[in-house]
Ligand binder design. Structure first.
Ligand SMILES: Cc1ncc(COP(=O)(O)O)c(C=O)c1O
Length: 386
């Protein structure tokens, strides 16, 4: 008998009219930024999220870099962020010569808590970057309040959080600025892709210029100026038409994609809940009033040896699972360019014990059942005597 095929950690498949729209983009003879599909994607984001301006970028990383440029981060400035985070919020800060200040996460949200942030603010703090881990919200209204009280910017790294909400309001609309990712591992994809959401209308004109290589080309194209010239700092960050055409096809199917992912997530949760205690696993948590987008499904083990054993057990059963993140405060560049504030106990513990299971649009319900069965066959290590 053939061994069942391995369930990969991620898989990329079209969900709608991707081929048709990419062909149309080619036939329109306009493949650089500012084309029809990019415009449609930006309008879709503005409408769906209720943000005054969305700019499509090559990646979320570019959007984070643009955000740090737009708030005028300078050498010596500090930006507070979680150490349990994807690296590019930190690189965006460090590229401006500013210092990422790594603080611990809350065990309830796996991201920043307003009180931890308030304690880390100094007279050099210019901004806070909150990462909405796993597509769940932080107490983002509280974070905004702390930022407003101190006259600093809040940036939401909502790379994982499209279609998530807190208090009924979309994540990505609480900060002055927010970023999204359309990397192929995200809920809606363009291969590589991102967006900057500009919620603070006062920043729109300047960011339009920065996103157009520092020129007023956008105003020129709208007939607002006669010629375009170099006006400010800037970079080339705007998404071209081919990925935008792919992305717009994904946007059209968004409700279906989001609904299916939520059902996959629900099945993991329902399947694993009865055995979680016996296997020594904790299931995903989220704070009240936060509604997630089923971006990822994780379990937390008791310790690192337990996690490593589960990871290799799943691999033996044909299931690819992965762990992350190596905390930024203990990484070589984190120590060189950033600094830690306060104990980072929860960060270290979560980084040692978190394991992600496969979750993507082409995963079938049978695949989820197979992963759950594989966990059911797992024998956790004995607990150390207290
Ligand atoms: C929280 C977070 N921020 C930023 C990024 C970077 O996104 P991109 O690959 O689009 O630059 C990711 C991607 O994995 C992410 O998960």
């Amino acid at each position: 008998m053939n061994a069942p095929k391995t369930i990969p950690f991620n898989q990329v498949r079209p969900v709608g009219r991707e081929y048709q729209y990419m062909q149309e983009a080619v036939d329109l003879h306009h493949l650089s930024s500012g084309g029809r599909f990019a415009g449609q994607c930006e309008e879709w984001l503005e409408r769906r999220l209720g943000t005054p301006r969305a700019i499509l970028t090559h990646t979320c990383t570019h959007a984070l870099e643009l955000a740090c440029l737009a708030i005028d981060l300078k050498p010596g400035d500090e930006v507070i962020m979680p150490s349990f985070a994807f690296v590019t919020a930190a690189t965006a800060i460090a590229l401006r010569g500013a210092v990422p200040v790594f603080v611990d996460i809350s065990p309830d949200s796996l991201t920043l808590h307003p009180d931890t942030v308030a304690r880390a603010i100094t007279d050099r703090t210019k901004a806070v970057i909150v990462i909405h881990y796993a597509g769940y919200g932080a107490w983002v209204d509280g974070l905004r309040e702390v930022c407003d009280r101190n006259g600093i910017h809040l940036i939401e790294d909502a790379a994982q959080a499209i279609d998530s909400s807190y208090l009924g309001r979309p994540l990505g609309t609480f900060g002055h600025l927010a970023t999204l990712s359309f990397h192929e591992t995200k809920n809606l994809i363009a291969g590589e892709g991102g967006a900057l959401l500009i919620n603070d209308a006062a920043l729109i004109d300047r960011i339009e210029i920065m996103a157009e290589k520092g020129t007023d080309r956008a105003q020129f194209l709208q007939g607002r100026v006669e010629k375009y010239v170099w006006q400010d700092l800037g970079s080339s960050v705007r998404m071209g038409e081919l990925p935008a055409a792919y992305l717009f096809a994904q946007f059209e199917e968004a409700d279906h994609v989001f609904g299916y992912r939520r059902e996959l997530w629900r099945r993991y949760h329902a399947g694993l809940t009865p055995m979680a205690n016996e296997k020594g696993l904790s299931l995903p948590r989220h704070i009240p009033d936060s509604s997630g987008n089923a971006h990822l499904f994780y379990v937390l083990t008791r310790d690192r040896a337990h996690r490593d054993r589960l990871l290799s057990h799943l691999a033996d059963h044909g299931v690819q699972s992965v762990f992350h993140y190596v905390p930024l405060h203990s990484s070589p560049a984190g120590q060189k360019f950033g600094r830690a504030h306060g104990p980072l106990t929860v960060t270290d513990q979560v980084a040692d014990t978190l394991l992600r299971l496969p979750l993507y649009h082409s995963l079938s319900f049978d695949d989820v059942a197979r992963v759950v069965e594989a966990v059911a066959a797992f024998e956790p290590p004995e607990r150390d005597a207290p």
